[in-house]
Design a protein around this ligand. Sequence first.
Ligand SMILES: [Zn+2]
Length: 436
Amino acid sequence: MRDDFSKATKITLAQRVGYLCSNPDCQKSTSGPSSNNEKSLIIGIAAHITAASKNGPRYDPSLSRKQRKNINNGIWLCSNCAGLIDKDQNQYSKQLLLEWKTVSEFRMTISLESLSARIGDEFISDNNGDISVRLKEKYKPFSLSNNKELIFSFHNRKLELQYYPYPQYWEKNYEYISWVSPYYYILPKLNQLYNDHEVSILHPFLQSVVHAGGVEGISSFLFNYTYRNTNVPTYDQFYAAIKNHFKGKHFDTALKPVGPIIYAQFENNEYKAHTYEGRAIELNQYIDNQSYEEILTMTNSSFWSQVYLDRGIEKSEFIPELLRNWERYWKEEIIKGERGEYVLEIIQKNKQQSWRALTLFSESYNDVGDIIDFAYDLDAMELYPMVVYSMLNIFEREESINLYCEYEFEYNDWECICIDKSEYGTPMIFLKEAYK
Ligand SMILES: [Zn+2]
């Protein structure tokens, strides 16, 4: 009996490393264009760190079947490397594969390419999976003469960045830097701007850097630039609200924007600040991209339930829409199977199973009060996100998403930290502990 990964697990494993092979000596891309102009091709494999079945390499009898097919037991590799690690299980130990995985995911997080030349080249992961970076000699704190984290200069019409981390970001022996500086969240964004050919915006950007003299200036500029045509509050408005909330107490002033969310450090706790406007942007992206995976993992079914219960949909209107989305989804899956990306027989079996769930859902539609909850219980992986997606195609979307946001911010431990709650037009900013 093999304990294979689910399709969602495989996709997540691949996406977490940008479809690149996780062997640090290989890093080959495992996705590319198919000979069919409209399709892509996947040549990577979600390999088991400890084997899926008895007598397989690195098999760990102490794991339950559930643990064996959990994402923690998987690593994304190209087909060559997947073969390699199974040939010599002493050389390719569980420990080594876990290290490959951590480092590869880490590379993706910070868009390593742009950093490696400038910061250092040795990445160390400890047993807890935490990462630190050993810096090159010249970046050590004693070169921190002007107390700036980032130094900008132009060479041959190219912008160059040099990084001098603040002493508080260093481990005590000055050998390593812990991964906390907001700087790391900025570099990938900068690269993206370069890639998007928005070079002209770099002039005000550089001015703001010179003016503010540090990470804060860049953070605020990039955040405001990204959300310039939306109603997301400005960086300064977030900053003012957070500062006001921690009145007089010292908090780390370097705020970390990640998407529309702003993270702040206070007394060794990390907090996140979010807004209706920012959350609506995220939700709209999940729907626009028809990303069932993000609907499943990044949203909460009980809030979608509330949206449904507030409004309700006629069966005659809902089932045909759901059926259309169901057919489109499985048509795409079958094509993937036919191209050999996934095992066709498994897809067909899953499709049959999904059809049974859909039939049951459709038959019971009028008898259940909460169809979102019902779909979630029937089949959380596919049917449930499909039902949410179909619902939003029928309802007025903006209003539904606003409703969702209202429920989320009301019932999810968020605290409103707007500076003046009475004043109309003051942005509503919500705060909670990041990992609660
Ligand atoms: Zn490889």
